[in-house]
Design a protein around this ligand. Structure first.
Ligand code: SAM
Length: 279
């Protein structure tokens, strides 16, 4: 029984790290003309209302995209521009953002004619919203388990592959399941770029994912972690991302993006980047 709803968390610090990395990786891959098959295994509902009851209950977006938006005048760089442009496009020239794009919407807004997008969502209500969103375009929407669905669809028909794996980790076994799926997907498409999000927890549960990836077959795994400015005593204290086969120079550019929004008046206190498994 799934209970996680991304509407409570959309636009938070973890989303900024994840979506900044997603947009950067895709744009860097798009420097070459060949088509990219994009897969989003845990898509959510694609668009979020930052003024909804859910969003206001946690107010997590205030310290995420709310702060980012307030800093936008000093984020005038080539790598921030596509993110700021999408937010401006969705919201207009406003002081306070209302709409926030989930990962499928980021993919779709950056998609070229030669790219494809396939998304999965298992939660019935989220899946219904996603299907309605997907019905407006050429995106393939599957309301089923995203890990199994991904493996069924690989290798892709297009020459290149980008996969975002962003589970809610409601079940402890998901950390190992994700590592296992990553290894199996990688065997089917070794040149794919895979982004795997995970929470940094006081319990340290996420270590199971990192250990399993480290001892598995996948190589060239970059690891980006950021820490919350005011971590709670229990629960999530930060956000992590594994990036398999990052485009050349991706790590430096992501590090720069995260450094731009770290520090005293930024979004997070610290950001670290290292190879979990070397190239
Ligand atoms: N990727 C989205 C974004 O960045 O906007 C947020 C996704 S949210 C963290 C995780 C989503 O995965 C939830 O909507 C949840 O219902 C869904 N989910 C959980 N288990 C799943 C599974 N096995 N297959 C597909 N979706 C699943």
């Amino acid at each position: 029984m799934l209970s996680y709803l991304h509407g409570f968390h959309a636009g938070n610090l973890a989303d900024i790290q994840k979506h900044a990395a997603q947009v950067l990786a895709l744009r860097m891959m798009q420097a070459k003309p060949s088509g990219i098959a994009c897969f989003d295994t845990h898509a959510g509902s694609a668009l979020y209302d930052l003024r909804s009851e859910r969003a206001r209950k946690t107010a997590e977006a205030d310290a995420g995209v709310g702060r980012l938006w307030a800093l936008r005048d000093r984020l005038q760089t080539d790598d921030w521009a596509p993110l700021i442009d999408v937010l401006a496009d969705l919201n207009g020239d406003v002081d306070e953002l209302r709409r926030y794009p989930g990962s499928p919407e980021w993919f779709r807004r950056l998609q070229r004619d030669q790219d494809s997008l396939t998304v999965f969502e298992l939660h019935p209500a989220e899946g219904e919203q996603l299907a309605a969103w997907g019905g407006r375009g050429t995106t393939r929407v599957f309301r089923e388990d995203g890990l199994r669905g991904l493996l069924r669809q690989l290798p892709p028909r297009l020459p290149r592959l980008m996969v975002l794996i962003d589970p809610s980790y409601e079940v402890k076994s998901e950390y190992r399941d994700v590592a296992d799926t990553l290894a199996r997907a990688w065997r089917k498409c070794r040149h794919g770029v895979y982004l795997v999000w995970y929470p940094l927890l006081t319990s340290g549960l996420e270590q199971a994912l990192k250990d399993a990836v480290k001892s598995g077959p996948v190589s060239a795994v970059l690891c980006s972690e950021i820490r919350l400015e005011r971590p709670p005593e229990r629960g999530m204290v930060g956000s992590g991302l594994l990036v398999v086969n990052p485009p050349w120079g991706f790590g430096d550019r992501l590090e720069k993006l995260l450094a731009d929004v770290s520090g005293a008046d930024g979004l997070s206190v610290s950001s670290a980047m290292s190879w979990l498994v070397p190239e």
